[in-house]
Design a protein around this ligand. Sequence first.
Ligand SMILES: O=C(O)CCC(=O)C(=O)O
Ligand SMILES: [Fe+2]
Length: 253
Amino acid sequence: MDEELFGPDSFSDSELEVDNMINGAESHEIDSQSASDPLISSNNEPQKTVFPSIPGLLLYKNLLTQEQQNRLVDAIINEGYFERPESNQAMCFGTLPSFIMRVVDIIENIPSIFPDEIKNRKPLFDQSIINVYKAGDGINSHVDLDRFEDGIVVISLLSSCAMKFSPASLVNKELGYSDTSTATDPNEVVSVILRPGDVLAMSGPARYDWAHGIEATKIDIVGDERIVRKVRVSITLRKMKENQFLDQCADKS
Ligand SMILES: O=C(O)CCC(=O)C(=O)O
Ligand SMILES: [Fe+2]
């Protein structure tokens, strides 16, 4: 991992940033559901935000405690995936590292995160991608490749950002995905603020009928909220359609 980004000195800054992001200026979203801890309902389901125009998109805000987030970031640093300054992505296939499996255990216990046929598959995930975004980095709008099953999760760490969802009908057609898009307005864009500790789940229409991406910008403006990006780490969890890969982890820049 880049010394400049994740060296001991800057990591203390990052920890402070996590503090600030969770407790400070960014927690004033106009949303009755923004709470410092996920509220657990009687059926053991953490509080979730749904998006009426995007069925299958669920946001579990602040699902991971700050300690769990710090442990994940520590583990990612200790694995050494990002020791080379140019590395910004690490992939694992097959058996996922134990520090990721601890989060998978939490996700598996959320009753309705996915429809049953996804929830009950074994394993739930066998591929992970860790992405490191410097402030200003983004990811082009895309629908995740068809080689991955339905039921995808994105865990956000260290910095907030806005992920934009837009109807993917054209992309879908080209890739041979579902052509029965649930998006009614082809120009609709839904911005979802992802904060450290949030877990985003995509299945069904959210996975196939909508593309998602993160603009390459240092500042996101969403409604009356202004998000100044810092270094962000995300962990994407998916299941391969076929077991064509051996257990392995690799870093890729
Ligand atoms: O980094 C993120 O938040 C999203 C990553 C993503 O969309 C992907 O890996 O397919
Ligand atoms: Fe994606």
